[in-house]
Design a protein around this ligand. Structure first.
Ligand SMILES: Nc1ncnc2c1ncn2[C@@H]1O[C@H](COP(=O)(O)OP(=O)(O)O)[C@@H](O)[C@H]1O
Ligand SMILES: NC(=O)OP(=O)(O)O
Length: 347
């Protein structure tokens, strides 16, 4: 049987770096602040819930621009390592988002503290990702532009989900979120916590237990999944640029998924429906989250976050036993039917 939708007491929301970067324009301070304000407006109903909320944001476009700026200015200013650039985006985006969230909450007459944490995330030094860069960052280029930049700057470039060419950097899996107990403490005090931004600053531990930064960008959806499991958060939302995950994405036979079981998603992933560097890590994060204690993952766009939480849209990924009781009408949801809470109540 389909369960009625309920607002979770604890929620983790992952927001894509692309959702924080203006599609048009160069990402001026004004543009970034305007998009953060729009993000805050879209998320306000979530922020206003009397719940415990953690927000993990991406940084792909922003950290890639910093890489480009570093390369362009290297004769005049010492280029910084990628771990430091990730830390810079973490601080900058947490500042912009926290301010936008606080302003939106205050305007709504519901002030609430918002804090951004500098979060280090441990990765495995032997992670094969170090030898195979897959994480797209920075602006989109034409193939010719990208290849010229690759030759000039010695970076790796790759086509990204039919949207253009981008830099790619290593993206090792998150193993351990440092100081996660601070997230717990702040969250319990009803502070909205922005943590693990940009997937966290990637660090290794040496034999003596000392941490040191490493050049990579961790996928923030995977970081959110690990963080949620450690914190006992059972509901995760992944907000990106599309209202639903699809199979045969971008092809005439594209089919948007309204509800899918864990097994179905694993099968679709194995069949290659979700590219590495875009939808792939989101589905991997959803699988990891559900297999290690999570209950439900909703993948949708920023604009549809609240209707998706109410079950009206989004792709809802649940355990097989939850999906099993669904009748054919529910399965039919995957062929365009939008299921409203009223429809669910009678399902
Ligand atoms: N199977 C799929 N279903 C939906 N979107 C997909 C799929 N495969 C690739 N995409 C693309 O992946 C994008 C999400 O990845 P990305 O932009 O990297 O995420 P983020 O919002 O975290 O920055 C979507 O906006 C869409 O363009
Ligand atoms: N770090 C990260 O996953 O960023 P995006 O969400 O921008 O890809």
């Amino acid at each position: 049987m389909t369960q009625p939708f309920s607002v979770p007491r604890r929620l983790i929301v992952a927001v894509g770096g692309n959702a924080l970067d203006p599609a048009e324009g160069r990402g001026t301070p004004e543009e970034q602040k305007a998009i953060a304000a729009a993000t805050a407006r879209a998320m306000l109903p979530l922020l206003e819930l009397d719940n415990q909320l953690v927000v993990v944001h991406g940084n792909g476009p922003q950290v890639g621009k910093l890489l480009l700026a570093n390369a362009a200015a290297q004769d005049r200013v010492a280029p910084q390592s990628l771990d430091i650039l990730v830390a810079q985006t973490q601080g900058a985006l947490a500042y912009i988002l926290a301010q936008a969230f606080e302003n939106a909450l205050r305007e709504a007459g519901n002030p609430r503290h918002v804090v951004g944490l500098v979060t280090q995330v441990e990765v495995d030094r032997h992670d094969p990702a170090f030898a195979n860069p897959t994480k797209p960052v920075g602006p989109f280029f034409s193939e010719a532009q990208a290849k010229a930049l690759a030759a000039e700057l010695g970076v790796t470039v790759r086509e990204d989900s039919g949207r253009g060419w981008r830099y790619v950097v290593p993206s090792p899996k998150p193993k351990h979120i440092c100081d996660v107990s601070l997230v717990e403490a702040l969250m319990c005090g009803r502070t909205v916590v922005i943590a693990g931004g940009g997937g966290g600053i990637p660090v290794l531990r040496d034999e003596a237990g000392r941490r040191r930064g490493v050049e990579a960008v961790i996928d923030k959806d995977l970081t959110a999944a690990v963080m949620a499991n450690v914190l006992g958060i059972r509901d995760m939302m992944i907000l990106t640029a599309v209202p639903r995950v699809a199979i045969h994405f971008g092809k005439p036979e594209q089919l948007d998924l309204a509800r899918a079981s864990l097994s179905e998603m694993k099968r679709y992933l194995a069949q290659g429906h979700f590219p590495a560097g875009s939808m792939g890590p989101k589905i991997e994060a959803a699988i990891r989250f559900l297999e290690t204690g999570g209950r439900r993952v909703i993948i949708t766009s920023l604009e549809t976050a609240v209707p998706a939480l109410m079950g009206e849209t989004g792709t809802h990924i649940v355990h097989d036993h939850e999906a099993e009781g669904e009748d054919e009408a529910a399965a039919d949801a995957n062929s365009r039917l939008l299921r409203t809470p009223a429809a669910l109540a009678t399902a």
